[in-house]
Write a protein that binds this ligand. Structure first.
Ligand code: TYM
Length: 330
C-alpha cells in the first residue's frame, strides 16, 4: 500500500530559511513522486505567539506561494491551510484530553519559546501546541512525517498520544514515524553554529532566507563563523565548518569525503564562496517562480480552497470515528 505522508510549516514572521528548505521542504518535493502526500500551512499554530493580523495574512499567502515555488504541486499533493479544515481544532481538543500536563511541560520547544517571551504572553495555545500537531498528523492516517530534527520530540508525543488512544479504544490511529533526513536535519546559525538556524533569530546574518539575493548570500557566507584552522574538514570541534559542509552537501549531493577532497588545497575564503554559489543556484529558480505565483492570487486561492475541501473529506471520517469511540452521538 502507498504510504501516507503529512507535514506542515508555520507562516511565522520572516521568510523560510535554507534550514526549512534543506531540512524539510526540499524533501517534501521529492516525496511527492513516491507517496501520497499532504502538506499544510500551520496558521493555527502561528497564533500561539502574538501576530499582527495584517502581517499574518500576508505571511500565510506568501508561505503558500513559497511552497508552490519550491515545487509542491497541488496536482500531486493535497495542500491546504490548517485553519480552513476545522477538524484539526476539534480533534486537538479531544487529544488534549489524552495528553498529560507533565508530558507537555517537558517539551523543549515550549520551554525555550516561553523563556524568550514575558510570562504574561505564555498562553495555553503555546503549551498545548503538540496536541494540535498530533491532530494534524493523526487525522490523515499518516505513516511518515518528514521534518527536521527539532520536531522529533513533537513526533514522539504524537506517537504516545496515538498509542494511548488506541490502547483505550481499540485501533483508531495509524502510529506515525518521523522521517528525518540524514543530511540537513539541523542547519545551524551562521553566526553561532551551536544554535539552530531560525527565521525568528534577531540577527539577520545568522540565516539565509530563501529570498536573499546573490550579494546578500555571498556576504552572509563570507562572514559565517568558522575557526582559524583554514582547513575544510568534518570534525566535532569545527562546528562552523561542519555546518557549511552540510549546507554544501545539501545543495550539491556531494558527501563529506568528496567535499574534503575538492577543497583540500583551498582555504575557507574559496569554500565560503563555493557554498554561496551553490546555494544561490538552488534558490534562484524558486525566487523567480515565487514572483510569478504572487502575481496570481486567484490561482493561490483556488489551490488552497480545493486543498481544504479534499483534506476535509479525509479528516471528517477520522474525526467521526474518534467521536464514536469516545461515546459522542454522531
Ligand atoms: P516550522 O515552521 O518551525 O519548520 C518547518 C520545517 O522546517 C524544519 N526546520 C529545520 N530543518 C533543518 N534545520 C533547521 N535549522 C530548521 N528549521 C526548521 C522543521 O523541522 C520543520 O520540519 N510545528 C511545526 C509545524 C507543524 C507540523 C505539523 C510539522 C505543525 N503541524 C504536523 C509536522 C507535522 C513547525 O513549527 O515547523
Amino acid at each position: 500500500m502507498n504510504k501516507n505522508i503529512f507535514s506542515a510549516i508555520q507562516p511565522s514572521a520572516g521568510s523560510p530559511t535554507i534550514g526549512n528548505y534543506f531540512g524539510a521542504i526540499k524533501n517534501w518535493v521529492s516525496l511527492q513522486d513516491k507517496y501520497s502526500c499532504i502538506f499544510a500551512i500551520a496558521d493555527l499554530h502561528a497564533i500561539s505567539v502574538r501576530q499582527d493580523p495584517k502581517v499574518l495574512h500576508g505571511n500565510i499567502l506568501s508561505v503558500f506561494a513559497t511552497l508552490l515555488a519550491c515545487g509542491i504541486d497541488p496536482k500531486k499533493s493535497l495542500f491546504f491551510l490548517q485553519s480552513q479544515v476545522h477538524e484539526h481544532s476539534e480533534l486537538a481538543w479531544i487529544l488534549g484530553c489524552f495528553t498529560q500536563f507533565g508530558e507537555l511541560s517537558r517539551m523543549t520547544q515550549f520551554k525555550s519559546k516561553s523563556e524568550k517571551i514575558s510570562s504574561s504572553s505564555v498562553n495555553v495555545g503555546l503549551f498545548t501546541y503538540p496536541s494540535l500537531m498530533a491532530a494534524d498528523i493523526l487525522l490523515y492516517n499518516t505513516n511518515l512525517v518528514p521534518v527536521g530534527a527539532d520536531q522529533k520530540q513533537h513526533l514522539e508525543i504524537t506517537r504516545t498520544i496515538a498509542m494511548r488512544f488506541n490502547g483505550l479504544y481499540g485501533d483508531t490511529f495509524v502510529v506515525p514515524e518521523p522521517l528525518i533526513p540524514e543530511t540537513g536535519a539541523k542547519i545551524m546559525s551562521l553566526q553561532d553554529p551551536s544554535k539552530k538556524m531560525s527565521k525568528s533569530d534577531e540577527n539577520e546574518s545568522s540565516r539565509i532566507s530563501i529570498f536573499d539575493d546573490e550579494s546578500t548570500i555571498i556576504r552572509k557566507f563570507s562572514r559565517a563563523v568558522t575557526d582559524s584552522d583554514n582547513k575544510v574538514l568534518k570534525s566535532p570541534d569545527k562546528k562552523g565548518v561542519n555546518n557549511l559542509m552540510t549546507i554544501y552537501s545539501c545543495a550539491t549531493g556531494k558527501n563529506d569525503e568528496e567535499i574534503q577532497k575538492e577543497f583540500s588545497n583551498r582555504g575557507y575564503k574559496d569554500f565560503k564562496e563555493a557554498v554561496a554559489n551553490v546555494v544561490y543556484e538552488q534558490l534562484k529558480p524558486i525566487q523567480k517562480n515565487f514572483s510569478k505565483y504572487m502575481e496570481n492570487e486567484n490561482y493561490i486561492k483556488s489551490c488552497y480552497e480545493e486543498g481544504a475541501s479534499r483534506a476535509s473529506d479525509i479528516a471528517k471520517k477520522t474525526l467521526r470515528s474518534v467521536k464514536e469511540k469516545v461515546g459522542f452521538l454522531v
